[in-house]
Design a protein around this ligand. Structure first.
Ligand code: UDP
Length: 253
């Protein structure tokens, strides 16, 4: 396949020019990073699994009327997506205390929260993606009040959908992060779910054993990350047909 023009390379994905205006190709790498890229490794097969899993979640969301950037999967590592203007905020939804929230507020990991809690982090690697309030967001023009209302509504719909899908396969959705983009239709804009939804950006705990099936396996050195993601994909029935174990992809197309 002729190599497309690279537009952006991030920690886990690369964006290439798409085949038509308004589209991009999103390529999933095997690179894993944590703690603002202080910890790094290459996990064979992670990109293939995340491409499939993100396809699965985004398709499901599109199917229930939650708009996303996802158009179709192209091959093992690439998907066709809509071009959006990414709002520079990470939107985190939490159902159970864990990670930075547990540390910041001294709430034991695993404590159920009385209601889903939404947090916003300003996307800036140099600053370490700081937690920000709606006041900061509006004052600095990162999003309007209307955008914020729409983002909260989108995030809660994603939470309901993902929680249900995961619970059906015996997994608790502890928390997750999404990114949201603006799509322009003339003067009219709408917000859609962008980036990826995968175990890189969620916390997923087995309902029975509490076993972690997400990027904490890498962050905290708890075992083989590809095995954990393979287990999530297996339970959801979205393993690539030619893959039985942690994937060792040789063909990228
Ligand atoms: N998260 C993410 N990217 C980030 C930071 C967090 O995808 O740059 C996800 C993370 O995987 C978890 C949720 O957002 O599912 C909440 O993360 P937290 O704030 O607890 O930060 P962490 O403990 O991961 O540093």
């Amino acid at each position: 396949m002729a190599r497309r023009k690279k537009l952006y390379e991030g920690k886990a994905k690369i964006l290439y020019e798409g085949p038509e205006p308004g589209t991009l190709v999103q390529y999933f790498k095997d690179d894993a990073t944590a703690y603002n890229a202080e910890k790094k490794d290459v996990i064979d097969g992670k990109g293939v699994l995340n491409n499939r899993l993100s396809e699965y979640f985004m398709n499901g969301l599109n199917g229930i009327g939650v708009p996303t950037h996802f158009i179709k999967r192209i091959n093992m590592r690439e998907q066709l997506i809509r071009t959006v203007e990414i709002i520079p905020l990470e939107v985190v939804v939490r159902n159970i205390a864990a990670g930075s929230m547990s540390q910041r507020l001294g709430i034991a990991e695993g404590t159920s929260l009385p209601r889903p809690i939404i947090e916003f982090y300003y996307k800036d690697d140099a600053l370490g993606d700081p937690l920000v309030t709606e006041e900061h967001i509006i004052a600095f023009g990162w999003a309007s009040q209307q955008d914020l209302d729409d983002m909260v509504a989108l995030a809660l719909r994603v939470n309901d959908f993902l929680s249900g899908v995961m619970m059906a396969v015996g997994i608790k959705l502890v928390d997750f992060k999404i990114e949201i983009g603006r799509m322009w239709d003339g003067d009219y804009q709408r917000l859609i779910v962008a980036d990826e939804i995968s175990p890189d950006s969620c916390r997923l705990w087995d309902v029975e054993t509490g076993q972690k099936l997400d990027k904490d396996v890498f962050r905290r050195d708890l075992g083989n990350l590809a095995d954990a993601y393979t287990e999530v994909a297996r339970r959801l029935g979205v393993l690539p047909s030619n893959v039985t174990h942690a994937v060792k992809p040789h063909v990228i197309n």
